[in-house]
Design a protein around this ligand. Structure first.
Ligand code: ADP
Ligand code: MG
Length: 475
């Protein structure tokens, strides 16, 4: 059965949405949702939760940022018995970052019952602490397929009591070549389990996975829809050779605080980065060759407003959950209109407006015709010459990220860093931005004008009673 939900009946006109109270959820869980201010279901939640809570296998397709995590988290938490000390749910994710985001979201939703243990099992981090956590009893494990296999073959992970298996971002896991790994993990799960598959797109591999590992799955598909006026889309014709320079002109004219610039290839990412740096922009790139630590640092700087432009390929940008994106720039128009719509859907989220700006060479103009057809709108063409090329500085980001050596391992918490900055160092709460604690480092965004002083004061003072090493990430 396929429930295809047409954009015309999306709650665009009816922002109130439907209440979680309609669902067979425990009162505690409903109270937690209330606390988190999840007042109404997102469309994918409204479409998939009744099916998942009724115990059916499910294939759910909806774009990034549509609330898929809570859709499966509420189902697996409902299946869970906290008094049973065994792994009852597993979520497979393509990358460590996504696994960590999912772990956080499940923990937030699970706080109604204080004894639910959620353990992240990802590659790129040591095995031993993971084995210890598993020995202490875990109810839910979230992680990458490779690391799950490591634990299964060592015998540190037992799936006999598993009742829910979730494949999150299944399309991306397939892109990354995890088919066989997923197949192995699924073969180790009890056959009576419920399987929930979530994906942003529906390539052929998904159907194959579903045939092999899901039982009579129900399908829910949410077509992409963009609310009128939220995304302002403009096209600029430019010669192929001039387009990298033109990105800087767009940035100087529109002056967005954060922009995601899409390139079609890794080489194009590198070239664009070089051009932007020459023009004085704070730009970073995300590609598959980065080490995990470098990737973390790029994402942290972009998310906390200390990097104005993130240059990425479609693959590298998939699954990123970045909330405040003022602009998306397409350095080339992609040949696939669906990818284009997916790209520009990353701006204009929630109640913010966003710019979708596309550079297009004369040869690619017919791609824009295909896009306009699919979106059912007339493309708006503008002249590059109409951009105001003000020569002032190239959009310095409002914040700077400081790296403090020492993280979760040293038991540093965000409050310790905030305390050090607003206490003895004498800064105000408003001058301090997002604080992110990772295993070995802590990153704190501070207002650009106090960055150097903050480095000096933190280095001279103490965090959690200890002297720390601090540096600016942008130097
Ligand atoms: P996806 O997995 O589809 O990319 P996420 O699960 O990461 O999306 O959710 C995107 C954001 O929406 C998250 O910040 C999440 O906290 C928020 N969110 C999810 N469901 C709701 C809801 N019902 N009401 C309000 N915010 C929600
Ligand atoms: Mg997700």
């Amino acid at each position: 059965m396929t429930n295809t939900i047409q954009p015309s009946i999306q709650p665009a006109a009816n922002p109130a949405g439907r209440s979680f109270n309609e669902l067979p959820l425990s009162p505690d869980l409903l109270a937690t949702l209330q606390q988190l201010e999840y007042l109404t279901m997102t469309p994918i939640q409204a479409a998939s939760l009744p099916i998942a809570l009724a115990g059916h296998d499910l294939i759910a397709q909806a774009k990034t940022g549509s609330g898929k995590t809570a859709a499966f988290a509420l189902a697996l938490l409902t299946n869970l018995n906290p008094r049973r000390f065994a792994v009852q749910a597993m979520v497979l994710c393509p990358t460590r970052e996504l696994a960590e985001q999912v772990t956080q979201e499940i923990r937030r939703l699970a706080r109604f019952a204080d004894n639910i243990k959620v353990v992240a099992l990802c590659g790129g981090t040591p095995m031993r602490p993971q084995i210890n956590s598993l020995e202490h009893g875990a109810h839910i494990v979230v992680g990458t397929p490779g690391r799950m296999i490591d634990h299964l073959t060592r015998g540190s992970l037992n799936l006999d009591a598993l009742n829910t298996l979730v494949l999150d971002e299944a399309d991306r896991m397939l892109d990354m070549g995890f088919y066989d790994d997923i197949a192995y993990v699924a073969s180790q799960c009890p056959s009576g389990r419920q399987t929930l598959l979530f994906s942003a797109t529906y390539p052929e591999g998904i159907a194959r996975l579903a045939r092999q590992f899901l039982r009579n799955p129900q399908e829910v598909k949410l077509l992409e829809q963009h609310e009128e006026g939220k995304i302002r889309q403009r096209f600029y014709e430019v010669s192929h050779e001039a387009r990298l320079q033109a990105v800087g002109a767009l940035l100087k004219h529109y002056r967005p605080v954060s922009t995601l610039a899409f390139c079609n290839t890794k080489q194009q990412c590198r070239d664009l980065l070089e051009v932007l740096h020459k023009q004085g922009f704070h730009a970073l790139t995300l590609h598959g060759d980065l080490e995990q630590r470098e990737r973390d640092q790029v994402l942290i700087q972009f998310a906390n407003n200390s990097c104005s432009v993130l240059v990425a390929t479609d693959l590298a940008a998939r699954g990123l959950d970045i909330s405040q994106l003022e602009a998306v720039i397409n350095v080339d128009v992609t040949p696939d209109p669906e990818i284009h719509i997916h790209r520009i859907g990353r701006t204009g989220r929630a109640d913010q407006d966003g710019w979708a700006l596309s550079l297009c060479s004369p040869a690619d103009k017919r791609r824009v015709v295909a896009i306009a057809q699919m979106m059912g709108s007339e493309p708006e063409w503008h002249e590059l010459g109409s951009l105001q090329n003000n020569h002032e500085s190239a959009l310095p980001p409002p914040m700077v990220t400081l790296q403090i050596l020492g993280g979760r391992k040293e038991k540093i918490r965000p409050g310790d860093v905030l305390g050090a900055l607003t206490g003895e160092a004498g800064f105000t709460r408003e001058q301090v931005g997002k604080i992110t604690v990772t295993e070995l480092s802590t990153y704190v965004a501070v207002a650009r004008d106090i960055a150097s002083m903050a480095v000096r004061k933190l280095s001279a003072g103490k965090v959690k009673g200890k002297a720390v090493k601090v540096r600016r990430l942008d130097e």
